[in-house]
Design a protein around this ligand. Structure first.
Ligand SMILES: [Zn+2]
Ligand SMILES: [Zn+2]
Length: 582
């Protein structure tokens, strides 16, 4: 008995020593200074998807953390109507959605319910969110989990997460680079689990590791167009040790919503003070987020933060998120309540413009001409700390864009088609046929209109959850699609939808028989012309070649499947003109 007591005492003492050695420093408490912003939190999961708690409980936690708004982003396909803005526990709750695409997770805010499931290629989901008027954010582009990580850098998304708390521990867990590095990373995570009960927010902050290349990627994009930088808590109050989010057996209720909210916040600058009426305040906060009138703060390092960034030249003065017309040298002014030990760096794109500032209020001169300016403040420890000592980011601003007159870069447009080969004769459905899985329905026919006919395609996808629901309108291309390089359709549907053009290799193509490549396209209820370029197609499943072998293509299909159509749905599509072009 005595021995057991001794062993227990020794164990407790050992843990106490370990905690004492590894415990991160307590956050610094700063004297408040009103900078005109309100603190809130972005990227929060409720129990409507894989979070632990409901909106009321989460809002109460946010209130305890001193936050004024919460942006919920439950997983979904965009078809659920978002909750209208509402105050809970005095916290403004805004409702968005986190959509899973083939190119990573995408957060959509401030839009109505989508008429069809948003899914498939990332660039298509970005386009759909844009058409619906939403604000789309590339989520955790630094996640080490490939199915989560955003990978579509060419798409015109509106914002991106430069920080994501969920990626932090995953990056540590996935640490590569030799067994020594792995061991150090595991020790770091083990210490964090040990320290968490004592200093939760500080411990989580110690795991923050934004992917090193993210600021450069953001700066490269911002040089061409506006991209709002955001920090997401990605709070679930669940830590999946088993790796499968659907399996809660291995989930710990960690970190709690409250401690996540005490780690990282976004501070938005509303154009007018909030009124207390959610229907009025929701749009005010959303406008500020859309405009990039915000900065990120890691409150677990020091709180409450205060920060302002302005830029002035001959043309005027602007704040972060805004654009300044180029003209004469630029004066950047930074105001903050950073403690003297912290280091403020002014960046121009991915280059340091002015390093090593320790003053609460200073200006930096920048040359005339287009540039993207932003500011980072890091907690570098007290003056005299060892050089190269680990430093934590504390504040990261949004960009001020100095632009020359020609505005944002335009995407190159393709040359017009010089040759067209009609594949619908305008009178009969000859050459066209319907294909479908055994449980779905599809019919194609020529429907008379004044002066001829249009192709009418009727489909009914089978209900239920089993995969493989498909209805397709097919046309044979016995000699391949070459030398044509695109298909142009004049098309409409009885409801807004997204269908896919697929090119399918012939059955005579040996190992490559039946292989398909596809590109999806939006179809509206009003008649519109749509062109799909064949060099833009992506493989469906595994194929022998990355792109289609055009001489081997024997059919083209317009496919309705469960990617963007709900099982059990039926409808009609009309095609007035279909031409292969080059
Ligand atoms: Zn995600
Ligand atoms: Zn998430």
């Amino acid at each position: 008995m005595k021995k057991l007591l001794l062993v227990t005492a020794a164990f407790v003492a050992a843990v106490a020593v370990l905690v004492a050695v590894t415990l991160p420093p307590r956050r610094l408490t700063l004297s408040p200074r009103n900078d005109g912003t309100i603190p809130g939190t972005f990227h929060v999961h409720t129990n409507r998807s894989d979070g632990l708690s409901g909106p009321d409980e989460i809002a109460a936690a946010a209130a305890r953390a001193g936050l004024k708004f919460v942006v919920f982003t439950d997983h979904g396909d965009g078809m659920r109507r978002p909750d209208p803005p509402a105050y809970r526990s005095g916290v403004l709750c805004l409702d968005g959605v986190e959509i899973s695409t083939n190119g990573g997770h995408f957060i959509a805010l401030d839009m109505p319910a989508s008429p069809y499931p948003l899914a498939g290629e990332a660039r298509d989901v970005v386009e759909d969110v844009g058409r619906l008027g939403g604000f789309g954010v590339a989520a955790h582009p630094d996640s080490p989990k490939p199915q989560l990580r955003w990978r579509e850098w060419k798409a015109p998304f509106d914002g991106m997460e430069l920080l994501n708390l969920d990626s932090g521990w995953r990056l540590w867990a996935a640490q590569a680079g030799g067994s020594a590095g792995k061991w150090r990373a595991r020790r770091h995570i083990a210490a964090a689990l040990l320290d968490y009960p004592f200093r939760p927010a500080e411990t989580i902050a110690g795991l923050i590791r934004s992917g090193d290349e993210l600021p450069d990627q953001w700066a490269a994009l911002a040089a061409r167009r506006r991209v709002v930088a955001l920090g997401g808590v990605d709070a679930h109050a669940r830590l999946d040790l088993g790796g499968d989010p659907a399996d809660s057996r291995f989930a710990l209720p960690l970190p709690s919503y409250l401690s996540s909210f005490r780690v990282l916040s976004i501070h938005v600058r509303p154009e007018i003070p909030l009124s207390g009426n959610a229907a009025v305040d929701g749009p005010i906060v959303m406008r500020a987020i859309r405009a990039g009138h915000l900065y990120m703060a890691i409150d677990a390092v020091a709180a409450p933060p205060s920060f302002e960034l302005t830029a002035t030249n001959d043309r005027g003065t602007v704040r972060e998120g805004e654009e300044l017309a180029a003209g004469g040298p630029v004066t950047l002014r930074v105001l903050s309540n950073a403690p003297p030990g912290f280091t403020t760096t002014v960046w121009s794109g991915s280059n340091i413009l002015s390093p090593d500032h320790h003053e609460p209020d200073f200006t930096v001169q920048a040359p005339a001409g287009p540039a993207v300016y932003w500011v980072e403040i890091r907690a570098t420890g007290p003056p005299g700390a060892a050089p190269g000592a680990p430093s934590l980011p504390w504040i990261r601003s949004n960009a001020i864009y100095v632009r020359s007159g020609d505005g944002e870069a335009r995407l190159p447009t393709r040359p017009r088609a010089a040759m067209s080969e009609p594949i619908f004769d305008g009178r009969t459905a000859a050459g066209w046929r319907a294909e479908h899985d055994p449980t779905s329905l599809a019919v194609v026919e020529a429907a008379p209109i004044v002066g001829g006919a249009e192709l009418r395609f009727r489909y009914g996808l089978a209900g239920g959850v089993s995969p493989g629901r498909v209805a397709a309108l097919a046309v044979a291309t016995p000699r391949g699609t070459a030398p044509n390089d695109r298909l142009t359709l004049t098309i409409r549907a009885d409801r807004p939808m997204r269908i896919a053009l697929q090119l399918r290799a012939g059955d005579d193509q040996g190992e490559a028989a039946g292989e398909r490549w596809q590109r999806s396209v939006y179809v509206d209820t009003s008649e519109q012309e749509r062109t799909i370029y064949f060099d833009d197609l992506m493989p469906v499943g595994e194929t022998h070649t990355p792109g289609p072998v055009f001489a081997a293509i024997r059919s083209m299909l317009l496919v309705v499947d469960a990617t963007n159509t709900r099982p059990g749905d039926s409808g009609r599509i009309w095609i007035k003109k279909a031409e292969l072009q080059r």
